[in-house]
Ligand binder design. Structure first.
Ligand SMILES: *[C@@H]1O[C@H](CO)[C@@H](O)[C@H](O)[C@H]1NC(C)=O
Length: 197
C-alpha cells in the first residue's frame, strides 16, 4: 500500500462550530507544505523556522506537537510583520476561495493575544519568556510544551465537508515601509468531515 495513504488523513482534530462537530484530518504529518508557484524571494517553512528540534506524532487524541522551533528568517528586530491566512476549498479539482480569511497588519502586536487563532494552535504553547521578541529576531528559540494541536472555533458559519487548505503568507517591512527581500509562504492541507450535528 502507498505509504502516503497510511500517513495521510489519520491525524484527527476535533472542534466545534455552531454546535456541530467536525473532524479535521491534516493531510501531512509534517503539517506544512510549500506554496505552489511562489514569486521570487518566497521561502517555505524552513526559511522561517529551523525545525530540527521539533517533532509531530499521531495518537488517538490527534496530532501531538513537541520540541523547539528556532527562528531563521533573516529580518530585523523592529520590522513590522504582516500575516495573511486564507482558507481555500477544493472544488472539483480547483482550489477556490472561501469567506474564511484573516489579516494581521502587525502580527507582533497580537502574537500572544489569547483571542487569536494562532494562540491556541501555536504561541500559547511557547514556554520560554522574552515575549517582546516576536518572530523578527533570528536565532530566537521557542521552546514548546508538548500539546495536541487543535483548532479554535471562531468560525461562525457552517463548514462544507471536503478538502481544505490554509495558505499562510508572512511579509516583513522595515521602518520606512519597504518590504524585505524574502517572504514566507506555507500551506496546511486537511480534510473536514462533519461527524455530529
Ligand atoms: C529544546 O531546547 C532546550 C534548551 O535549549 C534543550 O534543553 C532541549 O533538549 C531541546 N529539545 C529538543 C527536543 O531538542
Amino acid at each position: 500500500m502507498d505509504l502516503n495513504i497510511v500517513i495521510l488523513a489519520f491525524i484527527s482534530l476535533l472542534y466545534k462550530a455552531n454546535g456541530a462537530v467536525y473532524e479535521l484530518s491534516v493531510a501531512d504529518e509534517e503539517i506544512f507544505r510549500s506554496c505552489p508557484n511562489p514569486e521570487p524571494g518566497t521561502l517555505d517553512i524552513h526559511g522561517f523556522l529551523d525545525l530540527s528540534e521539533f517533532s509531530t506524532s499521531m495518537n488517538a487524541n490527534g496530532l501531538t506537537v513537541s520540541g523547539n522551533q528556532t527562528l531563521v528568517w533573516d529580518i530585523q528586530r523592529k520590522d513590522r510583520i504582516q500575516v495573511s491566512i486564507k482558507l481555500l476549498y477544493l472544488e472539483r479539482g480547483t482550489w477556490t476561495s472561501t469567506v474564511f480569511s484573516l489579516f494581521m497588519r502587525d502580527f507582533c502586536k497580537t502574537m500572544y493575544d489569547k483571542n487569536q487563532i494562532l494562540y491556541d494552535s501555536w504561541t500559547g504553547h511557547i514556554v520560554n519568556g522574552d515575549k517582546d521578541k516576536c518572530v523578527n529576531v533570528p536565532g530566537t528559540k521557542f521552546i514548546l510544551k508538548t500539546y495536541v494541536l487543535s483548532l479554535t472555533s471562531s468560525i461562525s458559519a457552517p463548514l462544507r465537508e471536503g478538502r481544505y487548505k490554509a495558505n499562510v503568507m508572512g511579509r516583513a517591512f522595515d521602518s520606512t515601509g519597504t518590504e524585505r527581500p524574502t517572504r514566507i509562504c506555507c500551506e496546511i492541507v486537511g480534510d473536514v468531515f462533519k461527524i455530529k450535528n
